[in-house]
Design a binder for this molecule. Structure first.
Ligand code: BMA
Length: 294
């Protein structure tokens, strides 16, 4: 992958208390010729909220709002909303995120909400109701497939240590939960794996970027290819990571040796992967799609 020379593209802003410590792991949407970036921000109070920035070319930030656009609710995570993933489906923009209920015990679960696409791109933050798909189950890394399969919504999520799938008719009741892949023995992702952003449709299937963690707790990114009509079927898995922490902004920060992604976009045949470096800053790296699928 090619890292953008101007990385990091977003850094914390000290004079904004809500985003003074970290601005990283971001959901991205490419709509109306603009890349919309919804990033996780950690404030001086240690709480995660979501901020908004946008870019025309995907690399240079032209706009960044000075207040958060999504904040923790009560039951759905009073101690933080982390790692958003956005999916466009049926004129709405569905957001999956990690809701932290209690920082001390690290009680977290996944949560869902949505917003009309038109509201989102025009920055009217009319978020809908928030729901908890699996109350009481510790899981993370949820992302909704941008297309229904046999009339049902499809969600990927991570119940430690596997990437799991689940299906729903209405985004509220989820069933048929099963693991679709797990850590690889003695490899770079031997401890646990989780979805990066929602899969991206390409001619060969669903391109699914994921993160893998090893026993030294180094976070790297790898890639899977899923069957277009049956996204439970893994057709390909990269033996080696496609991105690993090597630069200073990936090795040193609040959590060292982390590259962690919550979203990517396709611009012409370039895949732009947005990722957090060391849980502190937001970066972008690109891949020529023709090189990725060999
Ligand atoms: C995961 C999430 C991410 C974070 C990663 C590395 O569990 O909390 O937000 O980037 O750990 O610390």
């Amino acid at each position: 992958m090619k890292r953008f020379q101007g990385n990091p593209i977003l850094k914390p802003i000290l004079k904004h208390a809500w985003e003074a410590r970290a601005t990283f792991n971001a959901a991205v949407l490419y709509v109306g010729g603009r890349v919309h970036i919804l990033y996780r921000a950690v404030g001086n109070d240690g709480i995660s909220r979501l901020g908004y920035a946008s870019s025309l070319d995907g690399y240079h930030i032209e706009e960044r709002l000075s207040s958060p656009v999504f904040e923790p609710g009560n039951y759905t995570g009073k101690d933080g909303c982390e790692d958003p993933r956005l999916t466009l489906l049926d004129e709405q923009c569905i957001m999956a995120y990690t809701a932290l209920r209690d920082r001390v015990s690290n009680a977290h679960q996944i949560a869902l909400t949505s917003i009309a696409t038109d509201d989102f791109i025009n920055k009217r933050w009319n978020w809908g109701e928030r729901s908890i798909p699996f109350a009481g189950v510790r899981n993370k890394d949820a992302a909704i497939l941008p297309r229904k399969v046999s009339g049902r919504y499809v969600m990927f999520h991570r119940i430690d240590p596997d990437i799991c799938i689940a299906y729903s008719d209405d985004l509220h009741h989820w069933s048929d939960i099963k693991a679709i892949t797990g850590p690889m023995l003695r490899k770079w992702d031997c401890l646990k794996v989780g979805a990066a952003g929602p899969p991206i449709e390409i001619s060969e299937g669903w391109l699914f970027i994921y993160h893998g963690v090893n026993f030294e707790r180094v976070y790297r990114l790898g890639v899977l290819l899923l069957d277009k009509d049956d996204p439970e079927r893994v057709l390909y898995r990269s033996e080696s990571p496609i991105l690993e922490p090597t630069t200073d902004y990936e090795r040193f920060g609040r959590v060292p040796n982390v590259v962690f992604s919550c979203g990517a976009i396709l611009m012409d045949d370039q895949l732009l992967i947005y990722y957090g470096g060391a849980d502190t800053v937001l970066c972008v790296a690109t891949y020529d799609l023709s090189e990725l699928i060999l």
